[in-house]
Design a protein around this ligand. Structure first.
Ligand code: PLP
Length: 393
């Protein structure tokens, strides 16, 4: 029996079965590679689902965590700390970009929690109706789940907080028809990651901005997956130059350490008043220090430009592979669309060959590797990909 098989049996006997059987038992990581407990090495093209933006055991992150852990990890929100204050300022500045607007941040521990804060801010408009998109994913807590479209995720838990209207993603006319002055907020992902890396047509986010402004509704962009440099911009919506009212972030924000944030721009930042929301762990100095370090490294190493360039190269290479009908997405968030519904097979073959990818849909392979990955490191995967697709047909 391999060490992996033994551990998986213990896992199966100990955990509530929410995730099925894990695909690997991992032991450690270094750079863009992870190693399982049997010593096998994998090139990680999924990055913990767009989380491990600096790869594994990044020396700057390891040093920052060790240093901060030796100073202060947690204080309660009766108190603040210098890393927390610096992160509030810096994240606000990154989200607003060149927009001339004030920003206010709420720090949480995950994407779902960041979205719960967004949901509560939306309720404080005095309106209750929410508009979300078909194909959306906003998380698993009851509020974020109410905004998530997939029936299989939602229906076992009905009734969820109402009242949410779903509109076809990317259809500005349908959005305009659904939004009136009863709508508190429109929540959209700039790119739908879980739905298979789906991009709306150009101009959609600007149209959403116009439609919501006219109705007095908030425009809330969920950048949990698409943000923090993943698409080659700090936040994906920057490519369209829109200024939303709310932006939620998590995943890559902590580079592997749990943290989430809800950033409010302008008046949306004043809707919650003392006592209306809170968190025990959110905004702790360790998480804040990690997020600041992620930002430092992305800036210092020019990883936005790097992600854009390597991502374009990767997409061009994969687009010419027989059996691939399109490569969607931007930067290092990509959906490789296969001509047939064989993505789960391709995922398994890839793993057997030492590559971690995932199949969010039956015909889509998602790639969201560390932003640090180089073309040289990707080369073996690019060379193997035709065989992985061919073998699954
Ligand atoms: C992953 C994800 C979430 C949920 O984040 P969790 O940290 O798993 O709670 C929310 N929105 C989007 C767009 C995501 O990709």
């Amino acid at each position: 029996m391999t060490a992996s098989a033994d551990y998986l049996a213990r896992y199966g006997a100990s955990f509530i079965n929410t995730f099925g059987t894990p695909k690997l038992v991992l032991d450690r990581g270094e750079g863009v590679y992870v190693y399982d407990v049997d010593g096998r090495r994998y090139l990680d093209l999924l990055g913990g689902i767009a989380v491990n933006s600096l790869g594994y055991a990044h020396p700057d992150l390891v040093a920052a965590i060790a240093d901060q852990a030796g100073k202060l990890m947690h204080t309660s929100n009766f108190f603040t700390t210098v890393p927390q204050i610096e992160l509030g300022e810096r994240l606000g500045a990154l989200v607003k970009g060149s927009a001339d607007v004030e920003t206010r941040v709420f720090l949480a521990n995950s994407g779902s929690e960041a979205n719960e804060a967004g949901f509560k801010i939306a309720r404080r408009t005095g309106r209750t109706r929410m508009v979300a998109a078909e194909g959306s994913f906003h998380g698993r807590t009851m509020g974020s789940l109410a905004l998530t479209h997939k029936a299989a995720y939602r229906e076992p838990f009905d009734p969820l907080p109402g009242d949410v209207t779903f509109v076809p993603y990317g259809d500005a006319d349908a959005l305009a028809a659904a939004v009136d002055d009863t709508v508190a907020a429109v929540v959209l992902e700039p790119i739908q990651g879980e739905n298979g890396v789906v991009e709306p047509p150009q101009g959609y986010l600007s149209a959403a901005r116009e439609i919501t402004a006219k109705a007095g509704a908030l425009l809330w962009l969920d950048e949990v997956q698409s943000g923090m440099g993943r698409t080659g911009e700090w936040f994906a919506h920057h490519a369209e130059g829109v200024t939303p009212d709310l932006v939620t972030s998590a995943k890559g924000l902590g580079g592997g350490f749990p943290i989430g944030a809800c950033v409010a721009l302008g008046e949306a930042g004043t809707l919650l008043t003392p006592g209306q929301h809170g968190t025990t762990f959110g905004g702790n100095p360790l998480a804040a220090r990690v997020a600041l370090t992620v930002m430092d490294v992305i800036e210092r190493d020019g990883l936005l430009r790097h992600a854009a360039q390597v991502g374009d190269w990767l997409a061009d290479e994969l687009a010419t592979v027989p059996g691939v009908s399109a490569v969607r997405g931007r930067g290092l968030l990509r959906g490789v669309v296969l001509a047939e519904e064989i993505a789960p097979d391709v995922q398994q073959r890839a793993q057997d060959a030492g590559f971690i990818v995932n199949a969010p849909r039956p015909s889509v392979i998602r790639l969201a590797p560390p932003l640090t990955i180089t073309a040289e490191e990707l080369e073996p995967f690019v060379a193997a990909f035709a065989g992985l697709v061919e073998g699954g047909r």
